[in-house]
Write a protein that binds this ligand. Structure first.
Ligand SMILES: NC(=O)c1ccc[n+]([C@@H]2O[C@H](COP(=O)([O-])OP(=O)(O)OC[C@H]3O[C@@H](n4cnc5c(N)ncnc54)[C@H](OP(=O)(O)O)[C@@H]3O)[C@@H](O)[C@H]2O)c1
Length: 233
């Protein structure tokens, strides 16, 4: 049987100039309550939510479903209140006191590499499932295929810029939601929606699914055209 991966979508809020945080890589409020609610619904409808270790270290997000009704609905469907929370973290740097461990019930997964220090992995294994994938950085294609075998069919990616690049450049993203807020952050070192090395050619092409006004910003939903066939992994 060929390996399969989950349906993968990125959700991010960015400024009018494409920045997702400040030049100090600090989280800042870009969207309003309607967008938070939309994001909460996306979380609640996903089997798992994924972030990079950079986001855990800078923002310490809990990645929980905020609405009580949505948590109850998930429970009524026989699911955990929160989707599985996944951190892409080559060297097992996720702090044991991170909010993903402290807040909300539900499974957590830390995706590490063969280079991750054994002692750190052991500590994290007391709080989360550990998946080892890749040598220097996490092999995202293999990780997604493994997640699919764990019953994860719908995966929401909540950044940051480097993880987004890793997934987009590997052709592993199906859709992208961006809320574009009415603010300019500026700064050549401030993270953008997709950072990493960048394409020289063979850019990732998108087609527009929808575009709507939301509060004082715009919500844009894109389909990514050129996904990689995971059967080639
Ligand atoms: N506005 C928004 O919607 C939003 C959402 C989320 C985050 N953010 C912002 O984004 C910033 C964090 O982004 P970031 O780029 O610094 O970090 P990130 O994308 O959250 O995490 C990147 C890290 O993941 C690890 N990684 C392991 N394997 C990887 C692979 N194959 N591809 C890519 N990454 C891999 C690497 O660290 P190791 O080598 O140590 O594994 C890498 O440095 C923060 O400023 C945060 O506030 C904004």
């Amino acid at each position: 049987m060929p390996p399969e991966r989950p349906f993968v979508f990125i959700n991010a809020a960015m400024s009018a100039d494409g920045k997702i945080a400040t030049r100090e890589r600090k989280q800042t409020r870009i969207s309003g309550s309607l967008d938070f609610d939309r994001m909460d619904e996306l979380r609640a409808s996903s089997d798992a939510v994924m972030v990079g270790i950079g986001t855990v270290l800078s923002d310490n997000p809990s990645l929980t479903v905020k609405s009580k009704e949505r948590r109850e609905k998930r429970r009524a469907e026989g699911k955990d209140e929160n989707p599985v929370r996944i951190v892409v973290d080559s060297l097992a740097r996720t702090p044991i006191d991170a909010d993903i461990f402290k807040k909300g019930v539900g499974k957590k997964t830390i995706a590490v590499t063969e280079m991750a220090p054994e002692e750190k992995v052991k500590q994290l294994a007391e709080h989360a499932e550990i998946i080892v994938s890749g040598e220097k950085s996490v092999d995202l294609g293999k990780l997604l295929c493994e997640l699919k075998t764990h019953g994860i069919n719908r995966l929401m990616v909540e950044g940051g810029a480097t993880l987004n690049w890793g997934l987009v450049s590997a052709g592993l993203v199906d859709e992208i939601y961006t809320f574009i807020g009415s603010i300019i952050i500026g700064g050549k070192t401030a993270p953008t929606l997709v950072d990493g090395e960048g394409f020289i050619s063979d850019f990732s092409k998108l087609s527009l699914i929808s575009c709507e006004k939301l509060e004082d910003g715009v919500l844009v939903r894109w389909k990514v055209q050129n996904q990689k066939d995971v059967r080639n992994l």
